[in-house]
Design a protein around this ligand. Sequence first.
Ligand SMILES: Cc1cc2nc3c(=O)[nH]c(=O)nc-3n(C[C@H](O)[C@H](O)[C@H](O)COP(=O)(O)OP(=O)(O)OC[C@H]3O[C@@H](n4cnc5c(N)ncnc54)[C@H](O)[C@@H]3O)c2cc1C
Length: 515
Amino acid sequence: MLQLVWFKRDLRVHDHAPLAAAAAAGRVVPVYVHEPEMRATDDHDGRHTDFIGESLRELRAELSARGAPLLELHGALPELFDALCAQLPITAIHAHEETGNAASYARDRRVRAWAKQRGVAMHEVAASGVVRRLATRDGWHERWVARMRAPLVAAPDRLHGLTADERASIPARLVSQANLDTTTPTGHTALLPHRQPGGRDAALALLQSFLNERGHDYRRAMSSPVDAESACSRLSAHLTWGTLSTREVYQAARRRARELRDALAARDPRTDRAPLVRWQQSLVSFASRLEWRDHFVQKLESEPALEDRPYSPVYDNVWPEAPDAERLAAWRDGRTGYPLVDACMRSLQATGWLTFRMRAMVMSFASHYLWLHWRPAGLVLARAFTDYEPGIHWMQCQMQAGTTGINTIRIYNPVKQAEEHDPRGDFVRRWVPELAPLPTADLLRPWATPALVQQMHGVHIGRDYPAPIVAHEAAYARARDTLHALKREAQQRGDASRVWRRHGSRRTPLGAPSR
Ligand SMILES: Cc1cc2nc3c(=O)[nH]c(=O)nc-3n(C[C@H](O)[C@H](O)[C@H](O)COP(=O)(O)OP(=O)(O)OC[C@H]3O[C@@H](n4cnc5c(N)ncnc54)[C@H](O)[C@@H]3O)c2cc1C
């Protein structure tokens, strides 16, 4: 009897409960399915495929070394599983629960219904701290901590896989395309020389360097587009595609925190304790973000409609559903005339990553200043982020756009953000090189640069770099008035308290700025 292990967004063998359970139950067939349906969704991009491809390369090696090579299928589910079951004596499927987009949600329901009808047992276990069929948010934090502190699941040393005859019996039409899919580059890699690579080795190297070297100034540096690139963990894409589990990361951070505590206790009180204290504070901030991760994904798990519908109907018709195509393209390509926004969007398109504060600012700029609906703007970002995680992403897009009714409305001023987080203009100069010759004061407000200064430096606003696409003061005032009025309406209708009861962090009382 065979146990099928369905790898999805959990591309590792370590701390992988479905693999361990399958190995304990009998012979194992590890499967990854390349699904054209998932690649055709409007939130998918080749950078996701490439990151997955790199991660699969290592997963294949890990599984082969243990005696059960990865079987890569290509096609639609559940039809593929049905065809496989016709050839192989599969009695059970083991997988992690996935909180994905509408397409993966519907596919999982189809697979479950098929398994029930076919008499194949379906064993799904939690992938992290997200709780399926959660009745109440009360006690969620305590549950999360307990899950994160539970022992890691050891990778099986040895797996008993398919026999040669069984492998040979699998129809070529189910598998042949899979090899093509992962060895043929999509072309995005060449276009994205700065994208971080996938694979567990890269993930472990990032984890180690963050906890032991790069993370000491994390709390201070995380909002700076210049410093965050190395001061942040950069683990998000690995957590999204599962080359590491959240629990592994949480436990490694805890071990490091204990080391620092011991080092502080042993330190001569007359010496400078500040660097160690700074390290500790950074790790506290980091651990809380790991919890935020599941906190946000939990919202989508509990209310899948939030992927494309606002929390309250009062936000239904605020933005035109069909966005202004010119504005959307100018924002996507970094041509808005606001240097920090443009630098962020260009850097994002080239690297696949932005730090949190800059993500919040570009989203706020799209919804508040350009008055673009959060869904099409969010799709541009979803395709651009290598770490695209629907649960975090759509909740953050809505939160930054101001459609939750329970969060503080934040309308980021792009000039003030540049002054605070890129005061010397380093980031803008790197990504908007046509402005580089300008003095820093003009660089951050190029539209106000006197004609003579433009001439002296050979930079002509309106020719070499666009004039602002909108006047930011007027756009700010409209967004502020509209969103505050809508928030009051959502509160009067009782929507805000409903949202808080269902989704609010119990660590933040209603009325206070909430996550
Ligand atoms: C509009 C918008 C969209 C976003 N979309 C995504 C997305 O698709 N995928 C994604 O992983 N993150 C998303 N984030 C959250 C956050 O910006 C990224 O997780 C973070 O920048 C990733 O870099 P890092 O791994 O170095 O994070 P670190 O700062 O090192 O944090 C460690 C981990 O904690 C989690 N985390 C950090 N910040 C947040 C947060 N604010 N909310 C939830 N989890 C968090 C991530 O898993 C991250 O890898 C979004 C934020 C905004 C404002």
